[in-house]
Write a protein that binds this ligand. Structure first.
Ligand code: ATP
Ligand code: MN
Length: 464
């Protein structure tokens, strides 16, 4: 039976010398006269398994010659106490099986430190590095934590469609889905594209959010969430935008903005705690090599209540330091990343939930406040990153929603079912969207969002 390396490293030396097998890819190899030393990794942990192989036969010596960094190998032997101080045990191997060689002259991953830019060019090999391995484990653990939080709080997991004919944000940035022949696009009499001939009979796109559909289910199942791929044709090259990312969107009926804020805070604290508890070794790695002090800063966030602040108060705070910013601050303008960071790092010294934004800079479906100027929106801002969550209480009044749809120049017919939900059993409801990669970035301290998703999709890049 072969055991994962993570498990082997927790075991005690075996005095009965029971034969076990360990498999993995070679990280290092060091040859001496009678023995050969290896470190192998199988992705289950940051730590490698040390292996000492006795050069007991001609056959073994020949095999050793063919093994180099990156090769896939299988060792058979028994666990002995390790003289090294980094691990309890190591494998004293009696035999080796070389599954696949890895020619040293061409294998791109050498022992030195490679830049993340370079590693992106070899995304088929980068999970074999310490950093990307740690990111992969943290990402997997976090996915589980997301489901665990919602499932244990009686939220139902809803699969919303990837292909959609409604633009949630009422704005551009969408990838079109079509089967129309691009070299011979059918046109209507007045020269427009004739979408009636397209696959769905109307213009359709990859989803930019599952929210509108999640609202349908919230208004039947009370508490629901989605967790799926989301697409935005963001033509900007930033370290926090992808064209394909994963979004988590809870939606709750019988819930106002206050309840929404409470769930967002509980949720973030839950997943932060979860990853600290379940990935201590990987988190220590990020703490040492990627972002010093990150573990303590996450702990502090878990213990401290989030600050709440209205947009208007936030603008007042920012205006006091307006000379520090590249972008001007004034009531009515959207907060820029530099403003968001300033609020969290300098004003609040921790996460802050900014609420009640001007209606002009938020989506049409957000609930109008009595002032007629602001909407019940909330953004959760965190140090280092800025916005991590965007959400709102939804407009649940039929007449007001219709008015907003008209104000935005949207077609009433396109939103018939969305309006229907305000006609039949409407109730205050609210929800938010959290970019999964943003949260991984935040927790690991990784600078670039392209390094926390296995296969980043960005402008001019869809390799692998
Ligand atoms: P930003 O201003 O950062 O572009 P947004 O206001 O467009 O964000 P929302 O539409 O509110 O974002 O989306 C909800 C969440 O999805 C954001 O808070 C963020 O965590 C995440 N998100 C949005 N766009 C992207 C993207 N292109 N890549 C990765 N995550 C994203
Ligand atoms: Mn955006």
């Amino acid at each position: 039976m072969s055991l994962r390396i993570k498990k082997l490293l927790t075991m005690d030396p075996d005095e009965n010398e029971k034969l076990i097998t360990a498999e993995g890819w070679v990280r290092t190899k060091r040859d001496s006269k009678n023995f050969c030393f290896f470190e192998i990794n199988d992705g289950s942990s940051l730590k490698n398994l040390q292996v000492i192989l006795d050069k007991s036969s001609e056959k073994i010596v020949k095999t050793i010659d063919k093994i180099s960094t990156g090769a896939s190998v299988e060792f058979t032997g028994y666990l002995v106490e390790s003289p090294g101080k980094n691990q309890k045990v190591e494998l004293k191997a009696e035999n080796v099986l070389l599954w696949g060689e890895s020619p040293a002259e061409t294998y791109p991953l050498q022992k030195k430190r490679h830049s993340f830019e370079f590693l992106r060019e070899i995304a088929h090999l980068r999970p074999r590095t310490n950093t990307l391995g740690a990111v992969t484990r943290v990402r997997s653990t976090l996915s589980f934590a997301v489901h665990s939080f919602f499932q244990s709080n009686d939220f139902l997991y809803i699969h919303t469609p990837i292909i959609s004919a409604s633009d949630c944000e009422g704005a551009g940035e969408m990838f079109q889905v079509t089967t129309l022949p691009l070299d011979n696009i059918p046109k209507t009499k007045n020269g427009a594209v004739d979408y009636s001939q397209d696959f769905f009979g109307k213009q359709s796109n990859l989803t930019v959010s599952g929210q509108l559909e999640a609202e349908i289910y919230a208004l039947a199942m009370k508490n629901v969430y989605t967790f799926g791929p989301t697409f935005r044709a963001e033509n900007s090259n930033t370290s926090r935008h992808l064209a394909e990312f994963w979004m988590i969107e809870p939606e709750m009926a019988f819930c106002t903005l206050e309840g929404n804020m409470a769930v967002a805070e509980d949720f973030l604290k839950y997943i932060f705690s979860y990853v600290l508890e379940h990935c201590p070794e990987d988190m220590e790695f990020f703490n040492t090599w990627v972002e010093k002090g990150i573990v303590d800063s996450l702990r502090k966030i878990i213990e401290t209540p989030f600050v709440h602040m209205t947009y208007s108060d936030a603008v007042k705070e920012l205006e006091k330091s307006s000379s520090q910013f590249d972008f001007p601050v004034s009531w009515g303008a959207d907060l820029q990343s530099e403003h968001e960071k300033f609020l969290t790092e300098k004003v609040c010294n921790g996460p802050v939930i900014v609420t009640d934004y001007p209606k002009e800079i938020k989506a049409f479906y957000m609930k109008m406040n009595d002032d007629g100027k602001t909407v019940r929106a909330m953004d959760v801002l965190v140090p280092r990153l800025g916005e991590i969550i965007g959400g709102s209480e939804r407009e649940n009044r039929y007449d007001m929603l219709l008015k907003r749809i008209h104000e935005w120049g949207l077609q009433e017919e396109d939103y018939w079912w969305y309006l229907d939900l305000r006609k039949y059993g409407s109730v205050p409801h609210a929800g938010f969207g959290l970019g999964f990669e943003r949260v991984i970035q935040y927790i690991t301290g990784m600078q670039n969002i392209r390094d926390v998703i296995p296969f980043p999709r960005t402008v001019k890049n869809a390799e692998f």
